[in-house]
Structure formats: structure tokens, C-alpha cells
Design a protein around this ligand. Structure first.
Ligand SMILES: Cc1ncc(COP(=O)(O)O)c(C=O)c1O
Length: 405
């Protein structure tokens, strides 16, 4: 019999409600309106949608995106400061190629997006945890650390962070910290990579100003993506950077060889955006994700009162802390026995030994009834560790531990 070859990254584990995956709810992927946009883009652009594209990204996308982003920032970013990518992951890898050489130090927020750690490590750099306080990166302590590292001859070209509705914490860097961080970066000749993946998924109030909008003259490079707002399968995102950086990206051999990255999809996105489909889609998903967040939080407060967490004002994640007597690794085993899973906190830190009492819970992928059930199972798993009351008999089944995506 033929083996069915996989289509998706997601791996279903029967019987397990998995809060580990930072993936969208399938119902929220815009199959119909995207099909219309693709069709319209072929009607409007004809053969031009199917040949090699302009290296920095096709004009219609850059034009619409520039207008769209200007709605939430003081000044409109000119076309010369856009480079279209295959999503944020690709952008991070390109920026690591451009800015680093093996042996460099790269500063990382702590905790931070776990796959960014992997992407930078692929480039042979050493990751250093930036000093943090309750508000996120501590600009004054960072200043001191950068000074010390420079004194001993270290090259520290980059700092990476997700300052708005972060993965995994859901938190946003305070506005004063943003300003000080950008000023410090200027002084130290440090480039700050602002991963702005979750900016549009703001549930309670407008997102804080992007670091990019505080200073687009050089110290900040912003990375954006359509993965969370529209669909990760499109593999479409962008970099905002000073014109000389965009020129270097455009001059990369593989861009010269292949032309604009993901050209056809970029043109379909231009239609999706300029026709108003993007705006109405994002409004819809924002409401749904806000509802999913509220369900998970309400149920966790009820079923797992020992977990401590803040209500995230945007993004896809709840970052929870366990009592110090309970380790995340222990909870993960118990959780699997109760039919629920999550991502352990330790994977989000550059330095080993951190995050042993934290866990990330994604509310993006499961519908409200399953989120509520997952929270109840997590509560039971925690009870088993703390008072041995056991998980509900019909939900418990042992599963193979796995690193969540
Ligand atoms: C902070 C952050 N950056 C980047 C990515 C990856 O984005 P993309 O699908 O555009 O590569 C993710 C996805 O989880 C993310 O959370």
C-alpha cells in the first residue's frame, strides 16, 4: 500500500489537545477570499504575475503595504525601505547573513522566539542573553554590557527582540524602554532587529509605536509577515531597513538570479490588500483570537489557580509560571498523561537553565470548547503533581513527548 506523504508541518496526536503549536485556527484561513484575490491578480497583472519579479518586491504590494502601515505610524515608509521576503523566518536568516560573521555575538531578548535562536545559531554566532527587567530589555544594563563587550574586543552587530505582543510572553516593551533602546543602539553602532510579527493582533488597545517608527535612519530593521494575519502557507513577509541595507539585499546573488522573492503571491497580496479584503479579514481574526484568549484565560483561572500569568493584550500566547516546587518538565509528563500539551519555557532562552518553571500556551489553533477542555486537563495535570488527585479517567493517555512547533 502507498504511504500517504505529509502535506503539513502540524502533527496531530490523537487524544491530545496541544497548546504547543503557534499555528492559526484552520477556519481563520481565508480560502475563499484568497482564491478571489489570486484570480483577480491574474486578471489584472496577466503574464506579469508569472514571470521574474522586481528584486525588492513588486510595486503594487509595496505601495499598498506602505499605505497600510502608515495608518499606525507617524511617517510613511518610502518604497526604498522595503524588501519583500518569504516570511519573517527568511528575513531573519537574510539579516543574519548580511550583518554577522561566524564568531560574532548576537544579543537576544530573554525569553524570546525559540526559532529565532535556531536561525541565528545556523550562522555560527554566539547568542548572549540581553539583561532584562520586569518591562523587558533593560536599556541601561544593556548599555553597560555592550560597553564591556566592546572593551574586550567582541563584535556585537545585532540585537533581536519581539517588542510588541511577544512570542512567548505576549508582553510589549514599555514606550520609554523603546526610546532608550533605540538611542543606545545608535551610540553603540548596534543594529536592532525588531520582529513585528504580532503588531496587528492587538485585542484591547492599539499596539505601541514600532521601534522602526521611532527611528528609521539606521539602528532599527523591522521584520513583518503575513503569516499570522493572513496565512503562514503564503510564505510572505518583508523587511523595512535603511536604503543602503535594501540595496545589499537586492544585490544578493540569489536575488539577482531568481528575481523578487515569492513574486506571484506578493501580487495576489497586493490585490488582497488594496481591495479591502485584508482589512476585513484581520478584523475577523482579531475578534476570534481575542475570544479564544478570553476563553483560555477564564478557564485556566478556574481550573489551574496555581498557574500565574498576565492577560496578553495581543498575539497568540499566554506565558505562565508554575509554583517553584513544580518543574515544567514534570508537568509536561503529567500533562501528556492527561491528554494536553504545551511548549516548555526553557526552549525560549539562549542560556540553558532558564525557564524551568514556565510554559507557553498558544490559544491560536484550538476552538473555544477545546481550549476550555485543554485548560481543565492542564489543571488536572497540575493537581496530580501537587495533591495527587489524578486526571479525569477518560482523558488520560500517555503520549510521546515532542518539541512543539
Ligand atoms: C516572533 C515570530 N517571528 C517569526 C515567526 C515566523 O514567521 P514566518 O511564518 O513569517 O516565517 C514567528 C512564528 O511563530 C514568530 O512567532
Amino acid at each position: 500500500m502507498d504511504v500517504e506523504l505529509p502535506i503539513l508541518q502540524f502533527e496531530d496526536r490523537p487524544g491530545v489537545l496541544d497548546l504547543g503549536w503557534g499555528h492559526p485556527h484552520p477556519d481563520l484561513l481565508p480560502v475563499t477570499s484568497w482564491r478571489e484575490a489570486v484570480q483577480e491578480s491574474l486578471e489584472v497583472f496577466g503574464w506579469r504575475a508569472l514571470t521574474y519579479g522586481f528584486a525588492a518586491g513588486p510595486g503594487p504590494l509595496v505601495e499598498w503595504l506602505g499605505e497600510h502601515l502608515a495608518l499606525t505610524q507617524k511617517e510613511r515608509t518610502p518604497a526604498s525601505q522595503f524588501f519583500v521576503t518569504n516570511g519573517a523566518s527568511h528575513a531573519l536568516s537574510l539579516l543574519a547573513t548580511l550583518y554577522t560573521r561566524p564568531g560574532d555575538l548576537v544579543m537576544m531578548d530573554a525569553p524570546t522566539y525559540h526559532y529565532a535562536l535556531r536561525i541565528f545559531r545556523d550562522h555560527g554566532v554566539t547568542l548572549v542573553q540581553a539583561p532584562v527587567d520586569d518591562e523587558g530589555i533593560d536599556p541601561a544594563a544593556l548599555d553597560v554590557l555592550l560597553g564591556r563587550l566592546r572593551q574586550v574586543g567582541e563584535r556585537v552587530p545585532l540585537l533581536y527582540l519581539v517588542p510588541t505582543f511577544a512570542n512567548p510572553t505576549g508582553k510589549s516593551l514599555a514606550e520609554e524602554h523603546r526610546r532608550l533602546l533605540v538611542e543606545g543602539a545608535h551610540r553603540h553602532g548596534l543594529t536592532v532587529i525588531e520582529d513585528d510579527t504580532y503588531r496587528e493582533l492587538a485585542y484591547d488597545a492599539a499596539a505601541p509605536p514600532a521601534l522602526w517608527s521611532l527611528d528609521c535612519s539606521g539602528p532599527v530593521v523591522r521584520v513583518g509577515t503575513f503569516s499570522k494575519t493572513v496565512a503562514p502557507g503564503l510564505r510572505l513577509g518583508w523587511i523595512n531597513a535603511a536604503p543602503h541595507v535594501v540595496r545589499r539585499l537586492v544585490g544578493l546573488g540569489y536575488v539577482d538570479s531568481g528575481g523578487g522573492v515569492n513574486h506571484s503571491i506578493a501580487l495576489a497580496m497586493a490585490v488582497f490588500g488594496s481591495s479591502g479584503r485584508y482589512r476585513s479579514h484581520v478584523e475577523r481574526v482579531r475578534d476570534r483570537y481575542a475570544g479564544q484568549r478570553d476563553t483560555l484565560i477564564a478557564e485556566l483561572r478556574d481550573a489551574a489557580p496555581l498557574l500565574e500569568f498576565d492577560r496578553p493584550e495581543g498575539g497568540w500566547f499566554v506565558w505562565a509560571r508554575l509554583p517553584s516546587a513544580v518543574s515544567t518538565d514534570g508537568l509536561l509528563v503529567s500533562a501528556h498523561e492527561c491528554g494536553v500539551s504545551f511548549t516548555p519555557g526553557s526552549v525560549f532562552f539562549a542560556d540553558p537553565g532558564n525557564g524551568a518553571h514556565h510554559l507557553r500556551l498558544a490559544f491560536s489553533m484550538l476552538p473555544p470548547d477545546q481550549l476550555a477542555e485543554a485548560a481543565r486537563r492542564l489543571g488536572s495535570a497540575l493537581d496530580r503533581l501537587t495533591d495527587a488527585s489524578g486526571c479525569p479517567a477518560d482523558t488520560g493517555r500517555p503520549v510521546r513527548p515532542r518539541r512543539a512547533g
